[in-house]
Design a protein around this ligand. Structure first.
Ligand code: GLC
Length: 490
């Protein structure tokens, strides 16, 4: 291992033997800028706790800490049939979910539709029309005979929204590369409902939901020790239950202090001032070229939408400015922004061959680049560094919520393509949690992140069910118009 310090281990023993000195030095440099050690993780977590607290104090802080009006965990006995609509970054999913008599069980039918890329930079009207079209198709397909009566709908809208009521949500700003005009600063519910009503669809929105809150509630349906719901996917965020008494910005509402309230943290916006995050020049480019510079600083370092882009920016820099990679080759395909997604990195990390044959094929097939073995070694190490940094930083958000709430042991439900599919993400995150929270070695981890797939469907149905239940019981906090819910009160 020429040129690498004694403490640094190569990713695979002996694999760097043929790597020339200049590339080894560059690998060392990349290790220096992308490695986040335990001390830095602790620092990030401390600052994270203070930003979570600030967001609960007052509006307009970095981390918005949005109250969601989801005010209870499910007990497993919820029942009824609900529609759930999930507007994700890639897909739109419509589900019909029946929470059955058996505790914690449900039946589901669902259809997936692609979110067309051009919709993400289009107009509000185009967005709502498209969503209403999909819902209409779903209803026509599954209820040909028109046997559907105003089912309550839970709409999973996974963007930061201020909710004064459960069926209300003023979009604070688009995230995850969306840039649709006419929505920011507006309540999305009337826009959405108007598109459904214009088509005469027998559907009424009962609750607007964030995917993290859906994940929290869906995972708590079958596991009473779930305390946090996280998404590590295109974006990155978490929700957890706070007591109303610990939310100073809601004091004026005089809610009972010990009543729970799910908080959608929106912590992708953590440290927008870059006080503690170990920002590299590549992160700066990502931010500056995004539709919303200065926002979602944390998300831009850890979420799936950006991992491939960080990797791509490094390779382009090493080719163009340092003449270290792919000398004399046409890298025009690689030069296209966002041409690589997180799955490209995942494939590289998963390449089982010592000579990185699969990685070489991928470069050849997708980028028309013929990468040499040493270049492939650098790419492999870079993918590991970017994937590891994401997993380790992600753990800071979870650790911060647990510290803030004094939670010493619990389960954390996690969903999203990075969590479920990215190699070693779970294990790397678990190691980082251990380092941050100083758990003794050799003992079982007291806080464990577990996969909780499908929060967006079941979670939305459960939150709609919980809302109807509490209205029936007379808790109408955060309900704008109680009469609207009369149709479901039988
Ligand atoms: C972005 C969104 C947030 C969502 C997360 C995961 O951070 O702003 O609402 O929960 O992505 O999808």
């Amino acid at each position: 291992m020429v040129g690498l310090g004694p403490k640094r281990k190569p990713s695979r023993k002996g694999s760097m033997a043929d790597v020339p000195k200049t590339l080894l030095e560059e690998i060392q440099n990349l290790e220096d800028i992308f490695t986040v050690d335990a001390d830095r993780l602790k620092l990030v977590t401390e600052h994270f706790v203070s930003e979570l607290k600030a967001g609960l104090e007052k509006d307009g802080q970095n981390i918005p800490m949005n109250p969601t009006w989801c005010m209870a965990f499910p007990d497993g006995n919820e029942q009824g049939t609900f529609l759930a609509l999930d507007m994700g970054g890639t897909n739109l999913r419509v589900c019909e979910i029946t929470l059955t008599e058996e505790k914690g069980e449900f039946d589901i039918i669902q259809s997936k539709y692609r979110m067309p890329e051009e919709l993400k930079t289009g107009t509000a009207e185009e967005l709502w029309e498209y969503i209403a079209d999909c819902l209409q198709q779903f209803i026509e397909y599954h209820h040909e005979d028109g046997d559907l009566t105003a089912l309550p709908l839970g709409f999973t809208f996974s963007y930061p929204a201020t909710q004064d009521f459960i069926d209300h949500g003023v979009l604070q700003r688009w995230t995850k590369g969306f840039d649709i005009s006419g929505v920011e600063g507006n309540d999305v519910v009337p826009q959405f409902q108007a598109a459904l009503d214009a088509r005469g669809l027998p559907v009424k929105l009962a609750a607007l939901i964030n995917d993290t809150t859906g994940t929290l509630i869906a995972s708590a349906y079958t596991d009473q020790t779930m305390r946090v719901g996280c998404i590590f996917g295109t974006g990155c965020n978490a929700a957890y239950m706070e007591n109303c008494g610990s939310i100073p910005k809601l004091k004026h509402l005089n809610l009972p202090p010990d009543t729970p309230m799910a908080i959608n943290c929106e912590y992708g916006a953590f440290d927008n001032e870059h006080k503690v995050l170990p920002i590299t020049k590549y992160d700066t480019i990502i931010d500056e070229t995004s539709p919303r510079p200065g926002q979602q600083a944390f998300e831009k370092m850890v979420a799936g939408l950006y991992l491939g882009e960080i990797f791509r920016l490094v390779l382009v820099d090493l080719h163009e400015n340092k003449n270290l990679l792919f000398e004399g080759q046409d890298i025009s395909k690689l030069k296209k922004p966002y041409t690589l997604d997180a799955s490209f990195l995942a494939h590289i990390e998963e390449d089982p061959f010592e000579n990185l044959q699969e990685t070489q094929d991928k470069f050849e097939d997708e980028l028309k680049i013929n990468a040499s073995k040493p270049e492939l070694e650098l790419c492999r190490r870079l993918a590991e560094l970017i994937g590891t940094r994401a997993a380790r930083l992600s753990a800071c958000g979870v650790a911060a919520i647990c510290k803030k709430t004094g939670t010493e042991s619990c389960h954390v439900g996690a969903d999203g393509s990075v969590f479920t599919k990215y190699p070693h993400f779970k294990a790397r995150g678990a190691v980082a949690l251990r380092e941050i929270l100083d758990w003794p070695k050799g003992k079982k981890d007291p806080i464990v992140m577990l996969p909780s797939e499908d929060g967006s469907g079941v979670g939305a149905a459960l939150i709609a069910a919980l809302t109807l239940k509490r209205i029936k019981e007379g808790n109408i906090a955060g309900v704008r118009n109680v009469q609207k819910y009369d149709i479901w009160m039988k």
